[in-house]
Design a protein around this ligand. Structure first.
Ligand SMILES: NC(=O)c1ccc[n+]([C@@H]2O[C@H](COP(=O)([O-])OP(=O)(O)OC[C@H]3O[C@@H](n4cnc5c(N)ncnc54)[C@H](O)[C@@H]3O)[C@@H](O)[C@H]2O)c1
Length: 159
């Protein structure tokens, strides 16, 4: 338990595995009231939200969301705010890795990676700012990568 996180409501995108799942569990273990777990994997969301809700006092709310769809992100953020009347943390974390020689990247691949890794973050931020300004509080945390600072072979697209 941690006073700072107690009764807080959070959104985590890409919450069904990896870093997002870790963030979700950390928030709940520190006393968060609810964490809205957004992901495209219904199966993983159902399994992990059930596990976490039975382990902690707070609720892990599975919320099937594709972060590339503006209207789905809007619904996610507004639903989280409605839950208790406040939205305290938004973790824009959903993302995919990509290791491929740049000359082999098709426009479809460019679009897919930019839509998830960049536009997903923009949609989440765009929806959260007015709510947090109105509340006069809130945190937006975007997961980045060291690859953005230190170039790695075949990861130009991701970087
Ligand atoms: N793992 C690393 O070494 C590392 C390093 C630096 C940065 N990152 C970044 O951290 C973030 C999380 O990475 P991870 O390693 O936990 O990956 P992961 O693959 O374990 O988790 C990513 C989650 O995002 C979900 N997801 C994918 N597309 C989505 C979409 N359109 N809408 C909603 N959810 C979607 C996946 O289903 C998955 O559950 C990513 O943004 C990644 O780029 C990872």
């Amino acid at each position: 338990m941690n006073e700072y996180f107690e009764n807080k409501v959070a959104v985590v995108t890409g919450a069904a595995s990896g870093i997002g799942l870790g963030l979700t569990e950390e928030m709940l273990s520190r006393g968060a009231k609810a964490v809205f777990m957004a992901d495209v994997s219904q199966e993983n969301l159902d399994r992990e939200s059930e596990r976490l809700s039975s382990k902690y006092e707070g609720e892990a709310v599975p919320f099937l969301t594709d972060v590339t769809k503006e209207e789905q992100v809007e619904k996610l953020i507004k639903s989280a705010r409605k839950y208790e009347g406040h939205l305290d943390f938004v973790f824009n974390n959903a993302g995919i890795g990509m290791t491929i020689p740049t000359e082999m990247v098709t426009l479809e691949i460019w679009k897919k990676v930019i839509d998830i890794n960049l536009w997903g973050v923009i949609y989440g931020t765009y929806q959260a700012i007015p709510i947090m300004r109105e509340q006069k509080s809130g945190h937006i945390i975007n997961t980045a990568s060291i690859t953005g600072l230190v170039p790695v072979p075949y990861q130009a697209l991701y970087a």
